[in-house]
Design a protein around this ligand. Structure first.
Ligand SMILES: *[C@@H]1O[C@H](CO)[C@@H](O)[C@H](O)[C@H]1NC(C)=O
Ligand SMILES: *[C@@H]1O[C@H](CO)[C@@H](O)[C@H](O)[C@H]1NC(C)=O
Ligand SMILES: *[C@@H]1O[C@H](CO)[C@@H](O)[C@H](O)[C@H]1NC(C)=O
Ligand SMILES: *[C@@H]1O[C@H](CO)[C@@H](O)[C@H](O)[C@H]1NC(C)=O
Ligand SMILES: *[C@@H]1O[C@H](CO)[C@@H](O)[C@H](O)[C@H]1NC(C)=O
Ligand SMILES: *[C@@H]1O[C@H](CO)[C@@H](O)[C@H](O)[C@H]1NC(C)=O
Length: 466
């Protein structure tokens, strides 16, 4: 600004000040005292006097931002379709360019798309080590600008993130959305976390930012991107910005980045006692049901999820003492029979059926595992969720079918009781009535001798029970 223009400007400013001093005062208060109120000043004032702020969090309070690209959308679309509820879930798919004509008209069954703002003219673009990640890092900002009425949580994910939305809502409802919260999970692999940050939510697993945190971030984000031009992962740019705001990651064990390869059945059969929130990288692993393709597999798991979202993948363990067998059920996914009595402390460790994202020196994983074994006393008989049967108002009956013969002799040490003849396990669980009923469950085993079927009945645990 030349001094002449500056003088004129100040003169003008003084004049207007005289006339609209009050207005300017109000404006400056808004601008400088409450910078986070710039965006919709009327919608996010949560206070004790506002009864809506205390109403339980539901699906309408969440807004999703999904990172996608035109080139890969055809392959990722079926994943989004598994969880997106048209006209119910709120949010946008962010594409790198306008979709070609054959994608149009855009179906209302899919999340509406937005073309991400062009960042190639930004000064930082040319000096950034990985300029393409700027677009992804800014997604939270663009989602925030697009949608902010009645929002409590911004949930970011990839186009190959599968969300279990009802569980996500239940988990987020436990946090105070009027405070700063960054909720997600890091990678299964030590190396991935070491390379980026142990305190970083991996975006493929998805993560949630409370409204005020997203608002704060929105005002800071471009500055942050300028500050970290050497960070080549958008999640790490975001994590650095949040760390600079004094916010660290709140880990929730239900988010799954799946930085793994091959068979993840070991992990899915021993999920931590925490609601399943997301699965990612399903293209990088074997189909989770080997008799189906990847998309059929995830839709199959969704069948169980619709029957009871809070139980899906929750592990329940029980014993048949007369045979010295242990049963481990991962609800809606798998049932294992061991010809030995193994305590819960052992069975809760995932069988290492999978391999890490990248080969490294051990330890590879952020959790303990059990090695696969050919010892007939240690290797389980594996059954996978097949169908939901005879479901009534009070009960859900599910069948789990043996996937293949175990191919091992009987475990002689524990009384020579072979489970080879069992071809099906039927799991009977009572329907839960009322929200938020989340308790560890126990079960009883009832062999149906003549039919090669074993029934497992779920029940509430007694006070002291393994
Ligand atoms: C969600 O909560 C709001 C209150 O914040 C309420 O008005 C709305 O009806 C609820 N929606 C559903 C689907 O429960
Ligand atoms: C969503 O709502 C719009 C407007 O009410 C309606 O036209 C459309 O059919 C709905 N889409 C789906 C998939 O339900
Ligand atoms: C389910 O119902 C069918 C017929 O109604 C019956 O034959 C079958 O035994 C039932 N199964 C269970 C597990 O109750
Ligand atoms: C269970 O296994 C133990 C050895 O681990 C054995 O002593 C016991 O007799 C077995 N019980 C039955 C009912 O087979
Ligand atoms: C275990 O059972 C098999 C037949 O099922 C039998 O051949 C074997 O001798 C038995 N072993 C012991 C130690 O009883
Ligand atoms: C059922 O179990 C018996 C032994 O208990 C076995 O002889 C028979 O082959 C089994 N049938 C099937 C269909 O697996």
């Amino acid at each position: 600004m030349s001094s002449l223009i500056a003088e004129k400007f100040i003169l003008l400013l003084c004049k207007s000040l005289a006339i609209t001093g009050l207005l300017l005062y109000v404006l400056s208060t808004l601008l400088f005292n409450q910078p986070f109120d710039l965006f919709p000043p009327s919608t996010h004032k949560f206070s004790a006097s506002n009864p809506l702020s205390n109403a339980p969090t539901n699906i309408t309070h969440l807004v999703f931002g999904i990172a996608g690209s035109v080139n890969t959308w055809i392959h990722k679309k079926p994943y989004v379709e598994t969880w997106w509820q048209p006209n119910i879930t709120r949010g946008y798919l962010f594409l790198d360019r306008a979709p070609p004509e054959d994608f149009l008209p855009w179906p209302s069954s899919l999340p509406p798309f937005q073309v991400s703002q062009d960042t190639s003219k930004f000064e930082v673009y040319s000096k950034h080590v990985m300029p393409l990640v700027i677009r992804i890092a800014r997604m939270v900002l663009e989602t925030f600008r697009e949608e902010n009425e009645g929002v409590r949580w911004y949930v970011m994910g990839d186009d190959d993130t599968i969300f279990f939305v009802d569980n996500l809502v239940e988990v987020l409802a436990r946090y105070d959305h009027t405070k700063y919260f960054y909720v997600g999970a890091n990678s299964e692999c030590v190396k991935s976390n070491f390379d980026h940050s142990f305190d970083m939510a991996f975006g493929g697993a998805g993560y949630a930012l409370s409204y005020p945190l997203a608002a704060a971030l929105a005002t800071n984000l471009d500055g942050c991107i300028n500050k970290y031009p050497y960070l080549y992962v958008s999640d790490q740019i975001l994590q650095s910005c949040l760390a600079d705001l004094g916010v660290s990651l709140t880990q929730e064990k239900g988010f799954h980045q799946i930085d793994l390869h091959n068979d993840i059945s070991g992990l899915l059969s021993a999920h931590p006692e925490s609601p399943l929130i997301s699965l990612h990288h399903l293209d990088a692993v074997d189909p989770i049901f080997p008799s189906m393709n990847r998309h059929q597999s995830i839709n199959h798991l969704m069948k169980a999820t619709r029957a009871d979202h809070s139980r899906v993948l929750q592990q329940t363990i029980c014993y048949h003492k007369q045979s010295n067998w242990s049963f481990s059920i991962s609800w809606g996914y798998s049932a294992h029979i061991y010809e030995s009595i193994f305590p819960r402390s052992i069975l809760r460790k995932p069988l290492e059926t999978f391999t890490p994202w990248k080969k490294t020196r051990s330890p590879s994983y952020m959790f303990n595992t059990r090695f696969l074994s050919n010892d007939p006393c240690e290797a389980p008989h594996v059954f996978l969720f097949d169908s939901i049967e005879n479901t009534t108002k009070d009960h859900i009956v599910m069948s789990y079918i043996r996937t293949w013969p175990r191919g091992l002799p009987v475990c002689e040490l524990n009384g020579n009781h072979s489970a080879d003849s069992i071809s099906k396990i039927q799991v009977i669980s009572s329907r839960k009535h009322g929200e938020g009923e989340r308790r560890r469950e126990c079960c009883d085993v009832v062999p149906v001798v003549t039919k090669n079927v074993t029934e497992v009945k779920f029940r509430t645990c007694m006070k002291i029970e393994e």
